[in-house]
Design a protein around this ligand. Structure first.
Ligand SMILES: Cc1ncc(COP(=O)(O)O)c(C=O)c1O
Length: 378
């Protein structure tokens, strides 16, 4: 499949100049059809397909596990990052204090605060870079958990997970990663990076829509009796409907306390199939190529980029420094150009359905809207 064939799988990419994956991208037809298939089958056949849906969900668990180089026994489906993060905070049961970047998205911090953990914050540097030395210096005797996003939502800074994992091992910290803004476009290897817990929401770079997410637990945390909750579906044999004693699944699936959200899981399966067909390295290279072009065009028009410029720190997110970003977002939307206002200005994100023409249209739109306020800047 070439990039124009891939783009054709995303009808929204023809209707809009869609540069807003960091908020939520359109689904591919593959992912949408998979989700819809569940509702169609439910409408046509009721629950007759239940067993088959369960089998399919397990195949998607395997697919997700292999996508992040995990063992499927350590993978659970969730509804959101916040859901997964609350589970992790519950599993860790006040083992110590938490360290987090100051710019983190609230899904990474509020679950810990609500569960009465102490949370310390590390400030970022210029362009949102979170320096390893700064993290190291912030590790006090009581810190036991490092919670960090793979890619920061308001700057686009991408962590070096291998380096962070090494630091966590050296300092005996539990390493918790929110991959929501990176999974799907940048490779994640939970084993190689020494990740203890990984969470993500499906509705951003994973292109699976709202209501589905994933949670990975390293083998040393796979102890279902210490999980923070259980339901009939957590039982080793749910259909036995035993209600007077605990006999739990010995896998992360014990965290799925009730019936599965099949539509979301199937959509995630469809999205992962597309990523696999294209190839991880090819996707990563494409995101870099589009971002190179975006940066080049922005710089030529003298816009300031507030995101990292080095490839190894970059992601699919670029923040353009701009005054009145919310107004600019509205005006661009009137031209069918979809971006958002975040961090120091405009958040522009590129995914596999974008092309160079999208970026050209954004630049023309931005030029028209900002030439007055920038005094034409030339
Ligand atoms: C880094 C990050 N994590 C998670 C989320 C979404 O959280 P949730 O899945 O809890 O809605 C966002 C949304 O912007 C985000 O930027």
């Amino acid at each position: 499949m070439d990039w124009s064939q891939i783009r054709a799988l995303f009808p929204a990419a023809e209707r809009y100049t869609y540069l807003n994956t960091a908020a939520a991208p359109p689904l591919s037809l593959l992912a949408a059809r998979e989700g819809k298939r569940y509702y169609d089958e439910m409408a046509e056949h009721g629950d007759v397909r239940w067993e088959s849906w369960l089998c399919q969900a397990e195949q998607i668990r395997e697919k997700l596990a292999s996508f992040i180089n995990a063992d499927a026994r350590g993978v659970a489906f969730t509804y959101s990052t916040s859901h997964g993060m609350n589970l992790i905070a519950g599993i860790l049961d006040h083992c110590g204090d938490v360290l987090c970047p100051a710019d983190e998205f609230p899904s990474c911090t509020l679950p810990w605060l609500q569960q009465r953990y102490r949370v310390d914050f590390v400030c970022s540097r210029d362009r949102g870079v979170i320096d390893l030395d700064d993290i190291q210096k912030s590790i006090t005797a009581n810190i036991r958990v490092l919670v960090i996003s793979f890619v920061q939502f308001a700057t686009g800074f991408r962590q070096d997970l291998v380096a962070l994992g090494r630091l966590c091992r050296e300092r005996n910290l539990i390493f918790v990663v929110d991959a929501t803004q990176g999974i799907g476009v940048f490779s994640i290897d939970v084993v190689n990076s020494g990740i203890d817990f990984l969470v993500f929401s499906g509705y951003k770079w994973a292109q699976a829509g709202y209501g589905v997410g994933g949670l990975y637990l390293a083998p040393r945390f796979l102890s279902p009796t210490s999980f923070p909750g259980a339901g009939w579906w957590s039982a080793r044999d749910p259909e036995a409907v035993v209600n007077d004693r605990l006999d739990l699944k010995q896998t992360a699936a014990a965290l799925e306390v009730g019936c599965p959200h099949f539509a979301g899981i199937f959509a995630l399966g469809g999205a992962l199939t597309l990523f696999e067909e294209i190839g991880k390295l090819r996707i990563e290279e494409r995101i870099h190529e589009l971002t190179d072009y975006l940066h080049h065009r922005l710089e030529a028009e003298r816009f300031n980029i507030a995101s990292p410029l080095k490839r190894e720190q970059r992601s699919g997110i670029t923040i353009v420094e701009i005054h009145n970003a919310p107004d600019i977002v509205k005006c661009l939307a009137e031209k069918n150009i979809i971006v958002s206002a975040r961090g120091k200005g405009l958040r522009v994100s590129v995914h596999i359905f974008n092309n160079f023409d999208d970026i050209d249209r954004l630049i023309v739109g931005l030029r028209e809207l900002t030439s007055m306020s920038r005094g034409d800047n030339v």
